[in-house]
Design a protein around this ligand. Sequence first.
Ligand code: AKG
Length: 251
Amino acid sequence: MIFPSSKLPEVFDERGFVAIESFMKRGDVAALVKKLNEEVFPSLHGLPAEHVFYEERESAASLKQIQHLETHFEWFADWMNGRPRELAEMLLEEWVVAKNLQYFNKAPGMNQATPPHQDAYYFMLEPPVALTMWLALDEVDETNGCVRYLPGSHLHGLRSHGSTQTLGFSQGLLEYGEAERSLEISSPAQPGDLLVHHALTVHRADRNAHPTRQRRALGCIFYGQSAREDHARKAAYQRRLESQWREKKLI
Ligand SMILES: O=C(O)CCC(=O)C(=O)O
C-alpha cells in the first residue's frame, strides 16, 4: 500500500495506521544493518540485561529485542531524530519526543507471536498521543510474521489487557476473537518499507513459521509533546516486570 504524502495524516487519522513503501532506500537499509552487525550485536554484553531479550537466554541466535538503541548508540539517535521524527510530527500534528528505538527479530523456528495489544497500554499517557513506526529490514509476509492491524481500533479507546508469557510484550488484549481477527489488515513489507500506527491501534503478529528467513525490524516510538506520562505508575510496573523476568531467568 502506498499513499501520496499529503494524504498520510488523513489515512492515519481514519484507519490508525499507514504504510509507506521504500521509506528508506535499499542501500541505506544495508548501511543500517551493517551498523547493527558491526557495532550493536558485538556489544550486547555491555548493555543492561533488561534492554536485551532472547527467546532462549543461552542462544544468541534467538535474540528477539533490543531496547533503547537511541540511548546506547549515537548513530541510531541521530537516525531516529532525522526523517522518522519529521514524519511523526506530521502525523501527530505536534512536536514529538523520541522515546525508544527498538530492534525486533523473530528468528526462524522460534515460537513467540506478538499478542494483540495497544501500545498505549504500555505507555501510560494522558492523552494517549503517540505513535510507533516499524521499519522492515527483511522481506516480511504472512509466513514469517508480518504485523496485522485492526483498522479503526484507535477510535474506541483503551481496552482491557492482561499478562502474557511473551517477553517484551508482557500485556495482551483480554478479549480478541475470530470476529475481530477477520477484520485485520495484514501488512507485508519489503526492506525499507515503513509501517506507522497510532498508540491506540490494536495490532499483533504471528510467530515466524519460516524455517530459514529472519524477520528483523526497527521500532521507533514517539510521544506527542501534549502527552503526559504517569512516571510513578510506569516505574512501579517496570520494577515489577523486571523482578519477574529475573525470577523466571528470562534476562
Ligand atoms: O514486531 C512485532 O512483532 C510487533 C511490534 C509491535 O507490536 C510494536 O512495535 O508495537
